[in-house]
Design a protein around this ligand. Structure first.
Ligand code: SF4
Length: 329
């Protein structure tokens, strides 16, 4: 039986033993078969007309010691970015309140650090508690964490921790040299073990091969528990970063990546993340059809531009999509 003919119930089974050849076969399915399978899996666990909306704020910007080749926040690249120190708690809460009024159910806070200092964690915990008091879910991305820091975030009530794998283990050293793939896996394990929900995905369009995309998805899908949120980012090419000028990825390949993420991780929120600004409404609609059911909302994504919220609202209206479903299914 071909992958496109599998009974849908079994296609939506939660598995953690995917093989590379299976993932590559899914990525290579005829497009209509792939989308049909992804949409069918999607409907087993989610309302197909509902998209969860998160808002992302950069709470500490730039001057990062890491060398991630896509990132304008690295101190190593000349990207016209104004570095900013860790924001005061009240300014963060004001932004969260605004995001809530615009319909966001989760507030994500990102800091450009290799890893935070213990005193930074204290202030981040205050932010988490303040955002939760507004009735929103919280997510932070702060780099690598120690056990103590992870526990402090858990005790502070943090709902999600974001830490992306970025790409396949094989391609990783082309993108980042200042920390290892294993460092990332270790942080993810620490977060999972502390009982914090995991937000973990990657970036495509960085010059990686189809096999690298398959291996990234395989790594995510074969974690002992699937990440609750899986952001799939399209590289935003920022002048001054080493990846500026990389050949653009075929948008259909991006949609295929979303569809396969949906099939491999049926219960996860697959988030259409960075790169939406450059996507047509039609491409975003295809991504929703392929099983994406979360977006970042707000006109900034850390330091790069994102579609305006009223444009997103109009698109949702045209598609009959509702915002909602804040919690993990
Ligand atoms: S992606 Fe994060 S860790 Fe890497 S350079 Fe940017 S801010 Fe630093």
């Amino acid at each position: 039986m071909s992958a496109s003919q599998k009974p849908l119930e079994s296609a939506a089974t939660i598995r953690h033993d995917w093989q590379l050849h299976e993932v590559e076969a899914l990525l290579a399915l005829p497009f209509n078969d792939l989308i049909f399978q992804a949409q069918s899996v999607h409907r087993v666990y989610f309302d197909p007309n509902e998209v969860q909306v998160s808002s992302l704020l950069s709470i500490k910007t730039g001057s990062c010691s890491e060398d991630c080749g896509y990132c304008p926040q690295s101190a190593r690249y000349d990207s016209d970015l104004n570095p900013e120190a860790l924001m005061p708690v009240d300014a963060v809460l004001k932004a969260a309140q605004q995001a809530k009024e615009q319909g966001a159910s989760r507030f994500c806070m990102g800091a450009a650090w290799r890893s935070p200092k213990d005193r930074d964690i204290e202030r981040v915990v205050e932010m988490v508690q303040g955002v939760k008091a507004l009735g929103m879910e919280t997510c932070v991305t702060l780099g690598m964490l120690s056990d103590k820091q992870t526990q402090a975030l858990k005790d502070g009530g943090l709902d999600y921790y974001n830490h992306n794998l970025d790409t396949s283990e094989d391609y990783y050293s082309e993108i980042i040299t200042t920390r290892t793939y294993q460092d990332r896996l270790d942080t993810l394990e620490r977060v999972r073990d502390a009982g914090i929900n995991v937000c973990c995905g990657g970036i495509v369009g960085m010059g990686e091969s189809a096999t690298d995309r398959a291996k990234l998805l395989l790594q995510l899908a074969n974690m002992p528990k699937h990440p609750e949120s899986v952001p799939i980012n399209m590289l935003v090419q920022v002048e001054g970063t080493p990846l500026h000028g990389t050949e653009a990825l075929d948008p259909i390949v991006f949609v295929r990546t979303i569809a396969v993420a949906r099939i491999l991780m049926p219960q996860s929120r697959v988030r259409l993340s960075a790169g939406r600004k450059a996507m047509s409404d039609e491409m975003q609609a295809l991504c929703f059809l392929a099983g994406a059911n979360s977006i970042f909302y707000g006109d900034k994504l850390l330091t790069t531009d994102n579609p305006m919220t009223n444009h997103d609202q109009q698109l949702f209206e045209r598609l009959g999509v509702r915002m909602g479903g804040s919690s993990y299914a």
